[in-house]
Design a protein around this ligand. Structure first.
Ligand SMILES: Nc1ncnc2c1ncn2[C@@H]1O[C@H](COP(=O)(O)OP(=O)(O)OP(=O)(O)O)[C@@H](O)[C@H]1O
Ligand SMILES: [Mg+2]
Length: 211
């Protein structure tokens, strides 16, 4: 595997599936070999793929406790693997199993006090995972559903950083296009925040970003 990324949070509905599928689409458009792993027993990425008669990139369903350990069985040395996880509060074993093995752990969070307060629960889970990992993961919060021009995004970033979280530079705005993404062919135009997010992951991994 060239790079593995998992999107995780304790609570459902934070934007894991939307961002996982769009990121996979963007990495594929950049010419990378991509494998999207749907590790959510709800199988929403698989259902999305069905709606559009299949994605252009590889997709497997692997909602099992040993999904993390098995990722390497399904990937080539140059594959970028993205794992769409279920909410950890209901499926802790699957989430821990994946977070133990991926390079990059991303916690999507909306910039609201209630969601930020909940990051302590995923923080506890990450501490448990850190104890069994061979090497530390790169861990960062992804601000998702940020309202353009509002203070909430900036305040959330400051608050999260003050409590010790690393926050990705790229943030995903709240947009109708993302809300409607499910069920349509996943397409990400250059310059779209998801495209910038893909570039940020490549940079963090030391992989050259195409000009
Ligand atoms: N940036 C965004 N702007 C607007 N709507 C968004 C955005 N990101 C996600 N949504 C919407 O929020 C809802 C939850 O998103 P999504 O299904 O991606 O979350 P999830 O974390 O995978 O949820 P679950 O835990 O149920 O699997 C969906 O209706 C989606 O369309
Ligand atoms: Mg989901």
């Amino acid at each position: 595997m060239r790079l593995s990324i998992a999107l995780a949070n304790t609570k459902p509905g934070v934007g894991k599936t939307t961002n996982s599928v769009l990121l996979a689409s963007r990495f594929h458009a950049l010419g990378h070999d991509v494998l999207l792993v749907d590790a959510d027993p709800a199988q929403s990425a698989l259902a999305w793929s069905d709606e559009v008669d299949g994605f252009a990139f590889k997709l497997i369903g692997l909602p099992t406790k040993d999904a993390g350990r098995r990722l390497a069985d399904y990937a080539n040395p140059d594959t970028i693997v993205i794992v769409d996880l279920p909410q950890a509060e209901d499926h802790g074993a699957i989430v821990r199993g994946v977070l133990r093995y991926v390079d990059e752990i991303t916690i999507p969070v909306a910039p609201s006090t209630i969601e930020i307060d909940r990051t302590s629960a995923i923080g506890d889970l990450l501490e448990e995972v850190a104890e069994v990992r061979r090497e530390p993961a790169r861990v960062a919060v992804l601000l998702n559903r940020v309202v353009a021009g509002a203070r909430s995004g900036r305040d959330a970033r400051e608050g999260l950083e003050a409590s010790g979280w690393n926050v990705l530079d790229t943030q995903i705005p709240r947009r109708e296009a993302y809300a409607l993404a499910y069920g349509a062919p996943p397409e990400v135009s250059p310059g779209d925040p998801v495209a910038l997010l893909a570039d940020e992951y490549l940079t963090r991994a030391g992989i050259e970003v195409a000009a």
